[in-house]
Design a protein around this ligand. Sequence first.
Ligand code: NAP
Length: 474
Amino acid sequence: MLEDWVAFGYLISAVLFVIGLKKLGHPRTAPKGNQYGMMGMTVAVITTIINMHFLPGGIVGWTIIGSGLIIGSLIGYTMAARVEMTGMPEMVALFNGFGGAASALVALSEAWKWIENTSPEPGLAATVTVVAVGLSSLVGWMTLTGSVLAMYKLKGGIEVFGKWIRTPTWGPTWLNPIKGLLFISVLVMIYLSIEEPTNTNYIWGIIAISCILGIVLVLPIGGADMPVVVSLLNSLSGIAAAFTGFIFNNSVLIVAGSLVGASGLILTNIMCRAMNRQLVDVLFKSFGGSEKQELTRTKMGSDAEEVAMMADGAQKIIIVPGYGMAVSQCQHQVKEFADLMAEKFDTEVKFAIHPVAGRMPGHMNVLLAEANIPYEQLKDLDEINPEFEDCDVALVLGANDVVNPAARHDTTSPIYGMPILDVDKSRTVIINKRTMNTGFAGIQNELFGFDNSIMVFGDAKDMLQQLLKDLKEL
Ligand code: NAP
C-alpha cells in the first residue's frame, strides 16, 4: 500500500516538473513555472523521506534527515539571500557542480552498500549497476570540477594567495589527445569493473580521472564560448542524476535528471547557434580563447547632455543592453528612459537582445522583465538586425563583445563567426561604459573608434539618471 503512495508521489512530482518546464518556456509564464518546479521538488523530497524511512529496509533516521534539511536549507537560503544579481551566473555554475557531485556521491554510497551487502558476481544485474555507477561518477565528478572552474572563469580569474589572476584560456593541441585518453581510460575502467564488480579501486580511479577530465575540458575554453560550456554543464548535472536514478531504480530521479539533461542540451544547442559554433569545436578546438588585450586606444567621451539632444531628435532608438546593465542594475532607469522617449518625444523604442549578452542565458530578459518592460518590445538578434539600418540612435548600455564587428571579419579573433548585433549600421551609436576596457572575451572593440560612434563614459545608472534629468528639462 505504502509503495503505491510512493509511486503516486513520484508520478505527481514528475508531472509538476513537466508542467513547470513547459511554463518556463515563456517569460510571462516563467514565474509560475518556477512555482510548479518548487512544488514538484517538495513532493519529491517528502515522498523520498517516506520511502526511505517508513518502508521495510529503510535506513535513514530522523536525525540525519532533519540535519540534512536544516543545514541544506540554511546554506541555500544564505547563498540565495546574499548573492548579488551580478553573482547569479557564478552561483548557477556552482549549483550545476553541486548537482553533479550530489548525484555522484549518491551513486558512490549505493555502490558501496551494494558491494558490502551482496558481494556481487559478474552477470547482467552487476553489469547494469556497475555501468550506471561508472557513468554517474564520470559525469558527476567531471561536472563538479568543470563547474567550479567555470565559476572562477565567470568571475574573471582565480584567487591565489589573495591575488586575482586570470584563468588561462589557451588551447594547446596536446591537450586534445590527453582529453581523449582520459575519457577512454574511464571507459576501460568501467569495462574492467564489470569483470570484477567488487574491486573498489576502479571506482576511485574513475573518480580521480573524471575530476581531472572536468578541469582539462573547461580550462582551455575561451571567454566568448563560456555560455556553451555553462549550459552543457547544466545538462551534465541532469544526466548524472538520471544515471544515479537507474542505480536504485528511483523513477523521479530518472525523470527529473532526464528533463534537466534534455533541456540543458537544447539550451547548449541554442547557445552554439548563437555563437555560430559546433559543440565539438568548442570542446576540442578551444578557439574561443585569448589573452586579455591591454588598453591600446583612447577616445574622448561625450556626456548625458549631448545624448539627450541626440535622443530628442531621434525617431527610432534601439537600446542594446549588456553585462554592464547587470553590473549597474540600471534596468528601472532603462524602463523610465524608454517610457519617457515614447510619451514625451513620440519615439519608437525597441530593445535588442543578444542571446549571450550578460553572463547567463536569458540574463537581459530577466533584468528587463524585473523592470516590467513589455516582452513585445524585446527583439532577438535575427529580428532586430535588419532594423539597425533605419535606426537613428543605437544606445549600447554596458555591452561590448556582442556588438564587436571583429566577429564578422577578423579570423584571428576569438569571437570570429559569432553573430553580433549590427549597431554600427545605425546612424549614430552611443556606447555607455566606464572605460575603454575590454569585455568578457578580453578583446578590443573597433566599434568604439568608428566615426558614427560616441562614447559616454561612466556607470550606466549614473549616466541614465543624468540623461533622464536632462530630457525632462528639454
Ligand atoms: P561584455 O562583453 O562582458 O562587456 C560588458 C561591458 O560592460 C564591459 O566592457 C564593461 O566595460 C561594461 N560595464 C561594466 N560595468 C559597467 C557599469 N557599471 N556601467 C556601464 N558599463 C559597465 O558583455 P556583453 O557584451 O553582454 O557580452 C557578454 C560576454 O559574456 C560574451 O563574451 C559572452 O560570450 C560572455 N558570456 C556570456 C554568458 C551567457 O550565458 N550570457 C555566460 C558566460 C560568458 P567597463 O569596464 O569599461 O565599464
